[in-house]
Design a protein around this ligand. Structure first.
Ligand code: AMP
Ligand code: ZN
Length: 469
């Protein structure tokens, strides 16, 4: 299996440190709000990597941290007049509700920063003892200039970084690139005791301390979105290198952004949809299918057209799966067993996923499989139960258990392409052409007529979608 490693900037053969065990750490959410569909892409991609490693027979220990103390949490708590613990409790609960709805398999551990203050302060102490940190008025900073190889992950050069420094300005620092390991609490802020001051840890040190606590000083995979390469992951490497003797993470995997009109979806730009609002309209399977429209490392533009077309694409797979399920339920075993090479599809699916988790290619293999199964079904009156069971098994192992885009238990008649949906789509298109021809009387008639029968059209910049009462 080949994985692209950001650290070495090439695809490498995946050789775990202690096979069949695999240790994996993914940077999780800062729990100050509901997560958006961009964050969801990173969580789903990690989930698919986790599931595929298990498919390969590895025993995976998967850790995703929850950042439950940070400036954004403090701001939210102040705005609402509640504590940061109340803010994090609310959004941690919401996080689990939403990942469950997205059918994300739970990680082995979800460590919280506030529950690892001992490990965090111990690590800072070690970094300080090894002379890679300095204290100024109760604040502790990492001394970047002392650490050889800083910039190795992001490919950045320290001199360029200093001249262009888009880093936090703070006159207590010796160098603009130095970053906080420990922050002194201001009035009204939450704090923990430490040798330096009553305060809280910086964000980067939380991940170094929690990954090493749960996975050891050397572990296999560290992953997160592209936005985390610099400075977050670069700083994690520096801290762990300065405070420990282990090799830290061996493979660094980074995910492309979910964009909206070529711009990163983010809270600060305000161009986001929360995962829960999208889940109110679309199934987890359709959303997961959408995320697999691009390789995990590439950007992907979210739009209503793309989610609608994902839904349609997925219906091709689910309608065949439903057919298979119904045949198995009928239990008729009088038909013939066709000559069908299931192994060939497993081999192709694995070849795609083994090549740096190429899930779009893996989905193309599933589509070929569905097309070929349909062709076999169309040619014969009656097929053996064994054929249908093998077909189900393939879809279960690949589409269900690895990609999570299909769930046999939830398939029921009425799913899959429906005439009703197709007719609504057709009317929506006719309305769009009426509008383009400036025939507003007709376009309004279509919209109002649909409304009367309980179908509401919603126009947006990216197209028209509909909801049913
Ligand atoms: P945050 O809560 O902002 O710390 O982000 C949680 C995870 O979501 C991190 O792994 C980020 O890299 C990732 N992330 C944030 N925005 C996006 C986006 N637009 N597309 C994909 N991943 C993202
Ligand atoms: Zn992190």
């Amino acid at each position: 299996m080949q994985i692209y490693n950001t650290l070495t900037k090439k695809k490498e053969e995946f050789i775990p440190l202690d096979p069949p065990n695999v240790t994996m750490y993914v940077c999780g959410p800062t729990v100050y709000d509901y997560f958006h569909i961009g964050n969801a892409r990173s969580f789903v991609v990690s989930d698919i990597i986790y599931r595929y490693l298990e498919y390969k027979g590895y025993k995976v220990k998967y850790v995703m941290n929850l950042t439950d103390v940070d400036d954004k949490l403090i701001k939210k708590a102040n705005e609402e007049g509640i504590t940061t613990a109340e803010v994090s409790k609310r959004y941690i609960d919401a996080f689990f509700e939403d990942i469950d709805k997205l059918k994300i398999k739970r990680a082995t551990v979800y460590p919280k920063a506030t529950e690892h203050m001992q490990e965090i302060t111990d690590l800072i102490k070690k970094i300080e003892e090894n002379s890679y940190a300095y204290e100024t008025e109760g604040e502790v900073f990492f001394d970047v200039a002392k650490f050889d190889g800083y910039g190795k992950l992001s490919g950045k050069n320290i001199d360029d970084l200093e001249s262009g420094a888009r880093v936090e300005i703070n006159d207590k620092k010796r160098n603009p690139l130095d970053f906080s390991l420990w922050k002194k609490a201001k009035d009204g802020e939450p704090f923990w005791d430490s040798p330096w001051s009553k305060g809280r840890p910086g964000w980067h040190i939380e991940c170094s301390a929690m990954s090493m606590k749960h996975l050891g000083e050397s572990f296999d995979i560290h992953a997160g979105g592209n936005d985390l390469i610099f400075p977050h992951h670069e700083n994690e490497i520096a801290q762990s290198g300065a405070g420990c003797n282990g090799g830290f993470a061996k493979y660094w995997i980074h995910f492309g952004f979910l964009n909206i009109r070529d711009e990163k979806m983010s809270k600060s730009l305000g161009n986001f949809f929360t995962a829960r609002e999208v889940l109110n309209k679309y199934s987890a399977e359709a959303i997961r299918f959408l995320f697999n429209q691009a390789h995990y490392s590439s950007p992907l533009n979210y739009s209503s057209d793309l989610i609608e077309s994902s839904k349609k694409g997925l219906e091709k797979i689910s309608s065949t799966a439903l057919k298979i399920k119904n045949e198995i339920e009928k239990g008729n075993n009088t038909g013939e067993n066709p000559d069908f090479n299931f192994n060939n599809y497993y081999t192709q699916f694995e070849a795609a996923m083994d090549d740096n988790f190429n899930s779009p290619k893996a989905i193309a293999v599933i589509f070929d499989f569905v097309r070929d199964v349909n062709a076999v079904i169309a040619k014969r009156e009656n097929l053996s139960l064994e054929f249908y069971k093998n077909a189900k098994l393939f879809l279960e192992k690949t589409a269900e258990q690895v990609l999570g885009i299909l769930h046999f238990d939830e398939l029921h008649a009425g799913q899959g392409p429906s005439l009703e949906n197709d007719l609504i789509e057709l009317l929506t298109k006719l309305r769009a052409s009426a509008k383009a021809d400036k025939n507003y009387q007709l376009s309004d008639q279509i919209r109002d007529g649909l409304k009367e029968i309980g179908i509401t059209l919603q126009d947006s910049k990216t197209g028209t979608t509909f909801t049913k009462d």
